[in-house]
Design a binder for this molecule. Structure first.
Ligand SMILES: C[S@@+](CC[C@H](N)C(=O)[O-])C[C@H]1O[C@@H](n2cnc3c(N)ncnc32)[C@H](O)[C@@H]1O
Length: 258
């Protein structure tokens, strides 16, 4: 099993309620806090029930594996204690895929961003149970983590699996995959680094193909500039499997930075 290599020719849920109000930490009146609230965000922080295992994992493993958001570049060599290709995952949900991928690719390091606390607890629980050394977590908006902590040109890959589809037309602007954010993501990829998106919402798949296809610094790895075959490193989730059995589609897109 391998991630896309840097050879250009190499082929390769449950989201928020559409009616939910935009999130934002109230009470922070610093310029950064105000700007943060003013920006359209791709998520809503939902209250979620934490299981006892998740609470325990947060308390015991959080200090070691959850990194604090800071407005300065992350030193991944220091954090992971080695030099290895780094993959950023945006919105890991309950972290099942993240844990499986990290275990199957021990030579890569994975930074997962998720704002939903039960998801952070769930991934920490998996890290503890399976003794996974190559994952670190930000419980923070991935857009800000990218902007402030990830050096440009540094990432081997970016995973965005089943991002919130924001079905309603008036909420489409909250989708992550839009030209300005994609341009930013691409700047943080190393040359030859890849961006892998997957979705089960056909209109979003079309938007992804259009937006990624139009970015001048990306190349589609799929034959015919279409959707990619599911790369072997991405596990099929229970949710996805159920959808597939019901005849729903899933679309993978794997693009590479020129
Ligand atoms: C529909 S879920 C999919 C979760 C997971 N990737 C999966 O396939 O099961 C999307 C997740 O992305 C998270 N998310 C959305 N925007 C985010 C952002 N800007 N930063 C961090 N997490 C985000 C949400 O909290 C949510 O858990």
């Amino acid at each position: 099993m391998s991630l896309p290599t840097s050879t250009p020719s190499d082929p390769h849920g449950a989201g928020p309620q559409d009616d939910a109000a935009p999130g934002g930490a109230e009470g922070d009146n610093s310029p950064e806090g105000v700007a943060h609230r003013a920006r359209i965000r791709s998520f809503v922080v939902r209250a979620g029930r934490m299981g006892t295992g998740q609470i325990k994992a947060l308390a015991e493993l959080g200090p070691r594996y959850v990194l604090p958001f800071e407005q300065r570049p992350l030193d991944t060599a220091q954090v992971f204690g080695r030099q290895a290709p780094v993959v950023l995952e945006i919105g890991f949900g309950m972290g099942g895929a993240t844990a499986q991928i990290a275990q199957s690719l021990p030579d890569h390091d994975f930074i997962g961003c998720e704002v939903h606390e039960p998801g952070v607890g769930a991934l920490l629980k998996l890290i503890g149970e399976q003794d996974i050394p190559n994952i670190r977590i930000f419980q923070h908006d991935a857009v800000e983590v990218l902007e402030h902590m990830i050096p440009e040109g540094s990432l081997a890959g970016v995973h965005i699996f089943f991002p919130d589809p924001w079905h309603k037309k008036r909420h489409n602007k909250r989708r992550l995959i839009q030209p300005p954010f994609v341009a930013k993501l691409v700047r943080h990829l190393a040359p030859g680094g890849y961006l892998h998106c997957a979705t089960d919402w056909a209109p979003y798949a079309e938007q992804m193909l259009e937006v990624l296809g139009a970015d001048p610094d990306l190349v589609n790895t799929a034959p015919g500039n279409g959707y990619a075959e599911k790369p072997t490193y991405r596990p099929l989730t229970k949710f996805e499997n159920r959808g597939l059995k019901l005849g729903h589609g899933v679309w993978d897109l794997v693009f590479r930075r020129k």
